[in-house]
Design a protein around this ligand. Structure first.
Ligand code: SF4
Ligand code: SF4
Length: 154
């Protein structure tokens, strides 16, 4: 499935001409070279492939600032998310993303809490991760995906 099926190119074209949220995007402000406008420009030109192995598409924090201020409720974040999904489908995601997923599926966490740092800050024990519920939901999801693909094949 091409990006024109997952992204609204008309809205992205307006986004490219707007650029307003560049000045409040934390990644744009603090990471040298991060500029979703360049990615969006290439998506619209049909040249998105060059970004699939680029670290920029993984530097979006999904903080939603761009969506919150956007007059279209569309733009930077949708483009970067679509690029990460496409890169992952093609197996081009960074290895740490795969490791993070495997850890999450196993423990319900993306990382272990730093207990000494929590103690120093007088923070309480972290809450349980909810791993059991996640594993159950993930099994239900996988079965529904399998059933859907069997239906399509029938
Ligand atoms: S996401 Fe919205 S506010 Fe940000 S540049 Fe695009 S159109 Fe403008
Ligand atoms: S969601 Fe991504 S692109 Fe949007 S403001 Fe946050 S870091 Fe920037």
């Amino acid at each position: 499935m091409g990006l024109d099926k997952t992204l609204n190119f008309d809205l992205l074209q307006k986004c490219l001409g707007c650029g307003a949220c560049y000045d409040l995007c934390p990644s744009s402000l603090h990471i040298e070279g991060y500029d979703p406008r360049a990615v969006i420009g290439d998506i619209l030109q049909g040249e998105h492939e060059k970004w699939l192995e680029h670290k920029s598409i993984w530097q979006c924090l999904e903080c939603h600032h761009c969506l919150e201020i956007c007059y279209q409720h569309y733009g930077f974040e949708n483009a970067m998310t679509a690029m990460r999904m496409l890169a992952t489908k093609k197996g081009l995601n960074p290895p740490q993303v795969k490791r993070g997923w495997e850890m999450f599926a196993k423990t319900g966490r993306l990382g272990e809490p730093a207990m000494p740092a929590r103690k120093k800050l007088n923070l309480p024990e972290p809450a349980a991760s909810g791993k059991e519920e996640f594993v159950k939901l993930y099994e239900i999801y996988k079965k529904s995906k399998e059933a859907a693909s069997e239906d399509k094949g029938a």
